[in-house]
Design a protein around this ligand. Sequence first.
Ligand code: SAM
Length: 354
Amino acid sequence: LLAEFPPPAPGEKAAGRGGAPGNFVFAVNATVTACERAGEWPAALQLLCDARDGRNGWPRPDLLTYNATISACTRGQRWQSALDLLQEARRQQLRPGAAAFSCAARACGHGGGRFQSEVWGAVAWAYEASGLRPPAPPVPVAELARKQASVLDFVRRQAPQGDLEAVLSAMRDFAQQREWLKVAGGAKARLLEAVLRPGDVVLELGCFVGFSALVAVQRLRRLGGGGRVISCELDAASAIIAREVISWAGAAEEVQVRIGLASDWIASGQLGSPDVLVLDHRGARYHEDLAAIEESLPRSARVLADNVLSPGAPLFLSAIDGRYAIAIHEVDEFMRAGPAAAGGPSAPKQLAFA
Ligand SMILES: C[S@@+](CC[C@H](N)C(=O)[O-])C[C@H]1O[C@@H](n2cnc3c(N)ncnc32)[C@H](O)[C@@H]1O
């Protein structure tokens, strides 16, 4: 029927109820829902793909099309398709409903352990945001984050417990002697130190193993004490290891590591009003996360963003252009100072200090 009655062209008077071109998506959705109820997941999926690819002149699928197709795939035990569609919907800035997430959770459950770290990470965030203690990881964190676990092991062997300076130095040694770490060391650490003022509350997006969070604590202590750091980390295993590293350094009182997507924490309204915002998670998200938290920042806030020229954060740079006092510092990536250190040409790296 859908194929026989293509949507009216823009401006064309539609026959019957709800016949405006934009409304045709309702007809598609009703058909997808019918397919879902009839257990016809291949037809539902086909309809969604046709609409998505603009076949037959159909309008683009909307949230309901995705919700119904995800549901159809779940009923049809097409777990991977359900998860792929959920991702696709989120990429298109659609916000799938609770039913779609519950389908996805079931899909993960059927993944035979393939999604264990993602599921546990998402569950850990949900528990923590609700003020609950998250469940233990499904396997030892060392299996989920090998390099990070080696850092913790190295730190415990090299640095006396409670010695923040020794812990930072052990992490630098690890990066030099064992495996490189993508942390804000060297010139980047000095830039971070330079923006801090006594008693600052620092919000960092992208904690990894807690190196820069500890750099900030060390500086805040030297400035006379007071102040604290909240650091969000998407990867739950890294976050748990970062907590151990921070606790070994004796800084557990001064740093809170939050497990989960920075945007989820910002949306939860639980991050307060930071004096300093450090963006060190994903350049492609800097502008969105800054926009989401901007109204909580005091006018005196300072924003430090890493890697804005390479790999680059063009949307972020254009979002702050003309609205912030900006300084861009070209500095080397930590321990990647030159061809010899990097095993290749050194890339220019940079922080934008807004
Ligand atoms: C470059 S590392 C951070 C390094 C750390 N700031 C330091 O200098 O010690 C980036 C981290 O951001 C995390 N990440 C990526 N996207 C994120 C997001 N949307 N929310 C929170 N963390 C994220 C990654 O898992 C990774 O551990």
